[in-house]
Design a protein around this ligand. Structure first.
Ligand code: AMP
Ligand code: ZN
Length: 115
């Protein structure tokens, strides 16, 4: 039994607001949106984070990124969007199943500086 919350979503044990699915990927809205539109694209196979990806994951990573503009278009983000991949504790990652955040709606504020 996996304890990974995103694996449970993939397996249908936890509901999600799905926006896209194919044999390798799932995209769903973030439960705590940080922007007017906030969803994420995840691989169905469990990978802890970007740091754990291997050469064999190259096509999967490309597929995830190529879905981003397509799904952004579908969810009304014609003016653009932000992609974020938090990696490891230092990167602020909280769910250790690889995911790409897509955020948008209006004009997003700049990234915080260290000032
Ligand atoms: P990260 O900090 O990059 O690991 O992001 C994890 C994200 O997963 C956070 O933005 C959470 O709001 C989101 N999240 C956690 N549980 C769920 C869930 N059950 N459904 C949708 N999003 C979730
Ligand atoms: Zn998982």
């Amino acid at each position: 039994m996996t304890e990974c919350i995103f694996c449970k979503i993939v397996q249908g044990q936890i509901p999600c607001q799905k926006i896209y699915e194919d044999d390798e990927l799932l995209a769903f809205h973030d439960i705590h949106p940080a922007a007017p539109v906030h969803f994420m694209i995840i691989p169905k196979k469990h990978v802890d984070s970007l740091s754990q990806c291997q050469a064999e994951d190259q096509a999967l990573l490309g597929k995830m990124l190529l879905q981003a503009p397509r799904l952004a278009q579908q969810t009304g983000l014609q003016q653009g969007f932000r992609t974020v991949i938090n990696t490891g504790r230092g990167g602020g990652q909280e769910v250790f199943h690889l995911h790409v955040h897509i955020l948008g709606g209006g004009v997003l504020p700049p990234l915080q500086t260290n000032k």
